[in-house]
Design a protein around this ligand. Structure first.
Ligand code: MG
Length: 237
């Protein structure tokens, strides 16, 4: 899982170099496909999953998750969330980051920073003896302190031999509730944070979730193991 997760992150970081005004989101998909082919022993986790046709989910601005690569060109001041999973030797890894396209507003940068920090705070709670929703609570508390909101309809999840395993891991919740965390459990922790309110809708393509109020949305994700020695970020490069 460390290999699947860290390779996914390597590719995600590689894609960052291509995120600039003028690039089509489909070009990012092509770069990703090339990297997978080059590696030879890894498979894209999302392509074909429930019929999803691409390796990447690319969600721009008000799109929250499950955006589809297309001929859409990124432009200055956009933010783009890229979600990417890999399968290696029977095990999955799942990562996401939101990138700025050129210069972005201070508030947009704040949204990215707060979402990334919320992920770090969630990861810090992924330790033996804690409860599942300690992770959720840490994320929610940080996000709401900045008056942003966490998306409710989409959640983190267990991960392993399947991309999505039980339990679901909401990005909101009450401290001290949920299952007790044990060494060996692995979670995809993935705050999705809206600048406006938490409501989302699904676009006409049947996949892409976007904010109802049109506000920006950010998404950061790591694959994290609970161990005897605290949380281990398997997707750390
Ligand atoms: Mg995920």
């Amino acid at each position: 899982m460390r290999i699947a997760s860290s390779r996914a992150m390597e590719i995600l970081l590689h894609l960052k170099d291509f995120v600039e005004p003028g690039i089509k989101t489909m070009d990012l998909e092509a770069v990703c496909e090339e990297k997978i082919k080059e590696a030879g022993n890894i498979t894209a986790a999302f392509k074909g999953y429930n019929g999803f046709p691409y390796c990447l989910c690319v969600s721009v601005n008000d799109e929250v998750v499950h955006g589809m690569p297309s001929e859409r060109q990124l432009k200055e001041n956009d933010i783009v969330s890229i979600d990417f999973g890999l399968l290696y030797d029977g095990y999955y890894g799942d990562v996401a980051m939101t990138y700025a396209v050129g210069g972005i507003s201070k508030t947009a940068q704040k949204l990215l920073d707060v979402t990334e920090e919320a992920l770090s705070r969630g990861i810090a709670e992924a330790r033996e003896g804690n409860r599942l929703h300690d992770i959720s609570h840490a994320i929610q508390e940080h996000v709401e302190a900045f008056r942003f909101s966490v998306v409710r309809e989409f959640v983190g999840h267990g991960i392993g031999r399947s991309l999505h395993e039980d339990p679901q891991l909401p990005n909101y919740g009450t401290k001290g509730t949920g299952i007790r965390l044990k060494p060996g459990m692995v979670f995809a922790i993935e705050p999705m944070v809206n600048m406006g309110n938490s409501e989302v809708y699904i676009k006409k393509n049947g996949w892409t979730a976007a904010t109802k109020d049109g506000s920006l949305s950010a998404h950061f994700e790591h694959t994290v193991a609970v161990t005897n020695n605290g949380p281990v970020v398997l997707s750390r490069v």
